[in-house]
Design a protein around this ligand. Sequence first.
Ligand code: CTP
Length: 401
Amino acid sequence: MEEMKKTVLIGVTGCIAAYKSCELVRALQKKGYRVKVVMTENATHFVDPTTFRALTNEPVAVNLFAGAADPIYHISLAQEADLFIIAPCTANVAAKVACGLADDLLTTTALATEAPLVIAPAMNVHMYQNAITQQNLKTLAARGITIVEADEGYLACGEVGKGRMPEPAQLAEIVDDILSAPKDLAGKKVMITAGPTIEPIDPVRYISNPSSGKQGYALAQAAQTRGAEVVLVSGPVSLDAPAGIKVVPVKTACQMMEACSESFPECDIAIFTAAVSDMRPSIVADAKLKKGVNDKELSSISLVENPDILKTCGHAKKPGQIVIGFAAETNDVIENAQKKLATKGAQAIVANDVSEGKGFGADENDAFFVTQDEVKPFGPLSKRQLADAILDEALILASTL
Ligand code: CTP
């Protein structure tokens, strides 16, 4: 028997990029999805519903009350969808969805659906950058909605900047990732450390590093998509964690150690991406250190060693637990990672070459997955792809225990 096709509902709003939604229909159909379209009234000024009707071979809905055959069409549409993608999404519709306003068929369906929601905003650069729009997008992301950042480039209004709807092929890829993600981590608990730690010198100064936290957050998101229960122990970063992930915010290495000591015993897989400060000032001044007054303290700060969180957990691991560390190296990348395997008590080290500014804050990563038996080169991969590759390896390691 032929497998039932999954249904992707595309919401099209009143934006010039609406013509790209026609290509999105095709791109999703090519991936084997059944596609339906719901439009706002304004969207029909850009593309006629007939076009989508012909492309999808399905009725195209615009009005809440027009479908006499089905008086509660928003509910049946919402239930039918395996995923709802609003592309392009205007500032207005993003604002409405963020507030839970439901005054037409598209926004009502967005509120009624239990399917994953993806939003691809597209608008004028100033509207996109407006703090109100950005706040709305943050609110949506915090509710677990996937926001696809707008592309930069030439905009229909004649300006150049951020606000273009990403290419349909890219959007179809994102949809496919969400819908075809294996749930191979269902029932597993995954702990991830991420970001930098900050070690205070006085109330206004600290020792830290430029870790963005992106790799740890990508791992957390990938693990959650694959069905894991995720605890993300995170140093200070400017990223929002997707809804459903338990975030334990920490500042210092000692706080991170404490949070990990609590979560580690319960987890099946622990991945340590945090860039933990190896040392912390031995004395933290209660008041700001002043030039002329505290010159001695300012010119030489005495340091003490921080707990090594990976090492502590690695050596405390119980049979069945998988511990994976990261190593940022500038030279002898693989040899250094191999040494760390033993000293840290980890089954694997993901070794990153951070020479010449690679790694920190970047969106793409070259890495080696180093275990006792082999060295697998990964990359260049996006942080999300690397995250999935690491989780694949973690499952292989778990199956060999
Ligand atoms: N790590 C940790 N706690 C620390 C230091 C490091 O958990 N206090 C973890 C990191 O999250 C990473 C791994 O250990 O997974 C490797 O960190 P790295 O800084 O490369 O190793 P170090 O042990 O600090 O060794 P070195 O600085 O000599 O390379």
